[in-house]
Design a protein around this ligand. Sequence first.
Ligand SMILES: NC(=O)c1ccc[n+]([C@@H]2O[C@H](COP(=O)([O-])OP(=O)(O)OC[C@H]3O[C@@H](n4cnc5c(N)ncnc54)[C@H](OP(=O)(O)O)[C@@H]3O)[C@@H](O)[C@H]2O)c1
Length: 235
Amino acid sequence: MTPTPQHATILLIGASRGLGYALAAEYVGRGAHVVATVRGPHRTALHDLLPAAHGRLEIEHVDINDPAQVLSLRDRLTARTFDLLFVNAGVTNGPEETVADVTDAEFTRLMITNALSPMRVIERLGKLVAADGTIAIMSSGQGSIANNERGGFEIYRASKSALNQLMRSYAARHRDDSRTLLLTAPGWIRDTGVGGPAAPLTIGESIPRLVTVIDAQRHRTGLHYLDHLGRTVAW
Ligand SMILES: NC(=O)c1ccc[n+]([C@@H]2O[C@H](COP(=O)([O-])OP(=O)(O)OC[C@H]3O[C@@H](n4cnc5c(N)ncnc54)[C@H](OP(=O)(O)O)[C@@H]3O)[C@@H](O)[C@H]2O)c1
């Protein structure tokens, strides 16, 4: 039987496809009410979920790299309270690209989208989260400095490590905040834009477990960096 979600109202940023779409579908399937965002006016996979969601899915719009759009989303949702804010949006680049050959523009694109913008979203939208709620960001195992023995994905790794460091600073600044803070590492998952075709895990092997892990953290204070099996990832 599908477990009842600990987080019953969700604001999910970046859900047009891939893991974000799967998170939206999983939470809707568990009976949660989900406000999920896409970029731009185009129809996405998320729109196809609307009929089966029976009113428990609302689609909003935001490009996290556009501060005006983030503020405008906050203003549209200002009367709402969510149990969980989850920022999933992220991008990758060529896995073999190193600092020797990456362009400034590409480095900046990854750093802004994966590190700066997710943190700005929680700065702007964090107040919409209940005092006993959860603020989570999709990090990656690749963000672990301690576990980087093999290299590869050099620029992507750096952007997720920067995200982790910024979230630690946020946690330090909000030491007395009762909300749970999470950085999640879903595993390397195929058939998504970031994971690519060679990854070992399927979406179905990761996302339902990740949702169970996220829900198990409800009311647990402090910042936690967890994988899809609930294991702490080395910083
Ligand atoms: N797949 C993996 O193996 C894996 C492993 C660890 C961590 N992750 C992380 O999981 C998250 C999702 O990855 P994925 O594999 O599902 O990738 P994906 O299929 O490429 O999906 C990325 C999602 O992020 C959205 N997005 C990108 N830039 C955005 C922006 N500026 N503003 C708003 N939304 C934006 C995309 O929207 P559009 O459709 O509009 O582009 C899309 O919904 C990322 O943070 C990624 O780093 C993935």
